[in-house]
Design a protein around this ligand. Structure first.
Ligand code: C5P
Length: 223
C-alpha cells in the first residue's frame, strides 16, 4: 500500500502542531509531532544533568535509550522514555532549549530518522518538524513551509504557556523564539530551511480558521 505523506516544516510557534493535529483528524491521517521526539531526548539529557551541547556525552546515551511513541484513539501522541510516559514533562520551557541543542548532533538525527520514516511507510501521515520535507520525507506528496513573524509566534506561544499554567513574560518568550530560530537554521546538519518544492504559508495575518482553510486548500490541490 502506498501512503500519502504531508510534510509541514517551519520555525517554532508557527502553529504547525495545532494546525496539523486538527487537519489530521479531519482527513483521518496519523499526526506525527517530530519535535516531541527531539524533546523526549532533550528531556532525558536535562533530567540527567548532562550538557546537551556535548556531542560525545549525548551520543553515549543513545544505545541505552528507548524512545517510543504511541497514538491513542483520540489521536493524541504520547511519548515514552524507557517505558515512562513523559508527554507532559517534555513541554517544560527549559526542555525546548535542550531539544534544540541535542537535535544539532548528527548521531541524534540518524538515531531518530528511521523511527519517523517507518511511521510514514505504514500510515497516511501529517508530520511536522524542521526537516521533514528536506530530509525525512523528501518525496512527500505535499510540502508546506509554515511561518509567521517572530512577534506573532511569541504572542501565540505566550498564550499557550498561560493555558498550560506555566506563564512566561512576552520578552522572554520572544527572545527564546529568536534564539531557537537562529540555532535551528544555522546548525550544520538538517538545518531549518524551506524545501525548494514547498508551498510557503505565512499565517501572521491569519487566525486559526483561516490558516486551517488555507492549509486544507493546499493539501486538496495536491492529493
Ligand atoms: O517543534 P518543537 O518546538 O517541539 O521542537 C523542539 C526542537 O526540536 C526544535 O527547536 C528543533 O531544534 C528540534 N527539531 C528538529 N527537527 C525536527 C523537529 C524538531 O531539529 N524535525
Amino acid at each position: 500500500m502506498s501512503t500519502i505523506r504531508i510534510a509541514i516544516d517551519g520555525p517554532s510557534g508557527a502553529g504547525k502542531s495545532t494546525l496539523a493535529r486538527s487537519i489530521a483528524e479531519k482527513l483521518g491521517y496519523l499526526y506525527v509531532d517530530t519535535g516531541a521526539i527531539y524533546r523526549t531526548l532533550g528531556y532525558h539529557i536535562y533530567a540527567k544533568g548532562l550538557n546537551p551541547k556535548d556531542g560525545t556525552a549525548v551520543s553515549a546515551e543513545l544505545p541505552g535509550l528507548r524512545v517510543e511513541m504511541s497514538h491513542g484513539r483520540d489521536g493524541l501522541q504520547r511519548m515514552l522514555l524507557n517505558g515512562q510516559d513523559v508527554t507532559e514533562r517534555i513541554r517544560l520551557p527549559e526542555v525546548s532549549m535542550y531539544a534544540s541543542a541535542v537535535s544539532a548532533h548528527p548521531s541524534v538525527r540518524t538515531y531518530l530518522l528511521e523511527m519517523q520514516r517507518a511511521l510514514a511507510r505504514t500510515h497516511n501521515v501529517i508530520m511536522d518538524g524542521r526537516d521533514i520535507g528536506t530530509v525525512v520525507l523528501p518525496d512527500a506528496e505535499v510540502k508546506v513551509f509554515l511561518t509567521a513573524s517572530p512577534e506573532t509566534r511569541a504572542h501565540r506561544r505566550m498564550l499557550e504557556l498561560e493555558d498550560r499554567g506555566t506563564p512566561e513574560p512576552y520578552e522572554k518568550v520572544l527572545a527564546d523564539i529568536q534564539k531557537r530560530d537562529w540555532d535551528d537554521s544555522h546548525r550544520a546538519v538538517a538545518p531549518l530551511r524551506q524545501a525548494e518544492d514547498a508551498v510557503v504559508l505565512d499565517t501572521t495575518a491569519l487566525n486559526f480558521r483561516e490558516s486551517e482553510e488555507a492549509l486544507l486548500r493546499i493539501i486538496r490541490e495536491r492529493t
